[in-house]
Ligand binder design. Structure first.
Ligand code: TAP
Length: 477
């Protein structure tokens, strides 16, 4: 049985209820988490407030950095344990679970080094004045974390908030709590004061909602679906609480005829099958210049047909989806594609060893997907790649920008002028030229245009969102 983590102690929910934890590889229950409610959120917020106004604010920026550095090292020491937890809880193949731990180590390391580099400015003003700015922490920050990359998103969000001087209350997705609870315990073990990091588990519509509503929460960071992002925004707006939203994408990989296809192919495939396609920055559309459309589809089709799907422990190309509901979402999208006559070019294979109760979905390559079709517009969050041809640069830009999202884009071309023109014209928060950074890049500011959200996480830029700027004007004559 897993407990909440409040004030540096594992504690039961006041409701005394629990939620079963299911292994996506076989669909069987193997643990329980707390089914918390608003009372538990209130206890966690009070703990965070006490820490913020007490021991946390007395630490210098360098001391906060040392604590984060210690936590980074402690996570690295527990890498095998955390990777196994994540593998069982989320169905991640071993290499993906290990990559997630490595990213968490890097987030804490990066933000450890950033703590004492965050500063204000002095500003020229009228004579007889000295004016300067301070970057102050919000206070208590709330973090609603999704299930697809619990450790990575915890690292980028909580790492940045702590570095900026905030204390945190975290609500992981109920499908993916175990690694986050363990990391909170590791933080306490290496000296974080009680209340710096609190974790409360439960359902989003109960504890997530309670966190967004709580008057003691000064900033909310949310990663997840546009639907829930809107709810959080509306709730937070009632008390003018700032939010950072990362709401996914329908990111294009744009392949011109002059591209190095040998380099592009494995990257394009990885960007959609990594984590079974359950990645906000998944490259879920491939836009291909007409002249190479058919030959590229053939090569992609051969590669898709060779992909193998199975239990996380087998460490194949693709693991199971997170839960039965997510599998249904993906199969419903595919049924719609079939109904509307969209061509399936190739499908991967689910291995015979995959237990019948697991949530497996073979990767699927679809061709000639009309730009207005839901398969070209909405996040499937599964290993489904939608291909479509384009005529020229203008048409490529038109298709790339033709969804409500704008998170990440990949451009494959050897033409230097075109590389820069495309980077300017595509409306997305990140553009990768001749590479694609799905899920990676601790140092690189990350966030969306349009319905992909606003505010930036990752990199130094995130620290501006986790602080408030105060201007101080001193009149001294
Ligand atoms: P969401 O419902 O958006 O879940 C994301 C997080 O929000 C979870 O921690 C969830 O908690 C919480 N939540 C749910 N309702 C809430 C509420 N009313 N107030 C506050 N927090 C709330 O996503 P989902 O239903 O798991 O997945 C649906 C689709 O969303 C996916 O298929 C995918 O397209 C998209 N999605 C995108 C991302 C990224 S990285 N952009 C991540 C996950 C999902 P519980 O899970 O405990 O309810």
């Amino acid at each position: 049985m897993q407990l909440n983590f409040i004030d540096n102690y594992p504690v039961s929910s006041m409701s005394m209820r629990s939620i079963p934890v299911i292994d996506p590889s076989d669909g069987l229950v193997f643990d329980d988490i707390q089914h918390s409610d608003a009372q538990d959120i209130d206890a966690a917020v009070q703990s965070a407030r006490g820490c913020f106004e007490g021991p946390w604010s007395r630490l210098s920026a360098a001391e906060r950095g040392r604590l984060l550095q210690r936590l980074s090292a402690r996570v690295a020491e527990h890498a095998d344990e955390l990777a196994l937890l994540e593998q069982r809880d989320c169905g991640k193949p071993t290499k993906q679970a290990r990559a997630d731990v490595a990213a968490l180590v890097r987030y804490f390391e990066f933000y450890a080094g950033a703590c004492d580099k965050l500063h204000g400015e002095t500003l020229p003003y009228q004579s007889g004045y000295s004016v300067f700015t301070w970057r102050e922490p919000h206070g208590v920050t709330g973090h609603v974390i999704p299930w697809n990359y619990p450790m990575q998103i915890f690292g980028r969000s909580v790492g940045g908030a702590l570095a900026a001087g905030n204390c945190c209350v975290v609500k992981p997705a109920e499908d993916a709590c175990l690694s986050i609870l363990r990391v909170a315990q590791l933080a306490a073990d290496c000296g974080f004061p009680p209340g710096a990091i609190n974790v409360v588990t439960g359902f989003g519509h109960e504890v997530g909602q309670a966190l967004a509503e709580h008057p003691g929460v000064d900033h909310i960071s949310f990663t997840g679906s546009p639907r829930v992002g809107t709810l959080i925004q509306q709730t937070a707006a009632k008390r003018h609480c700032p939010v950072t939203l990362e709401l996914g994408g329908k990111s294009p990989q744009i392949v011109f005829a002059d591209a190095d296809l040998d380099a592009a192919l494995p990257v394009i495939i990885n960007a959609i099958v990594q984590n079974a396609g359950q990645t906000c920055s998944a490259g879920s559309r491939v836009l291909v210049e007409q002249a190479i459309y058919q030959p590229l589809l053939e090569r992609l089709g051969q590669a898709f047909a060779a992909l193998r799907v199975g239990p996380a422990g087998m460490d194949l190309d693709v693991g199971p989806l997170i839960r039965a509901g997510q599998k249904k979402r993906v199969t419903d999208f595919l049924a719609e594609a079939r109904r509307d006559g969209i061509r399936t070019v190739a499908e991967g294979e689910i291995v015979a060893e995959a237990p019948a109760g697991g949530y497996y979905q073979a990767p699927v390559l679809l061709a000639d997907v009309p730009v207005q079709h839901r398969l070209a517009q909405e996040e499937v969050f599964g290993p489904v790649l939608a291909a479509m041809p384009f005529r020229d640069e203008d048409h490529a830009v038109e298709l790339a920008n033709a969804t409500r999202f704008g998170l990440v884009a990949g451009v494959w071309t050897r033409d230097g002028g075109r590389q820069l023109r495309m980077a300017r014209r595509v409306r997305s928060g990140q553009v990768f030229i001749n590479n694609y950074g799905a899920g990676g890049g601790v140092e690189l500011p990350f966030g969306g245009y349009k319905s992909s959200g606003y505010g930036r996480e990752k990199g130094f830029e995130a620290l501006y969102g986790f602080t408030v700027l105060k201007t101080v004007a001193v009149r001294h004559g």
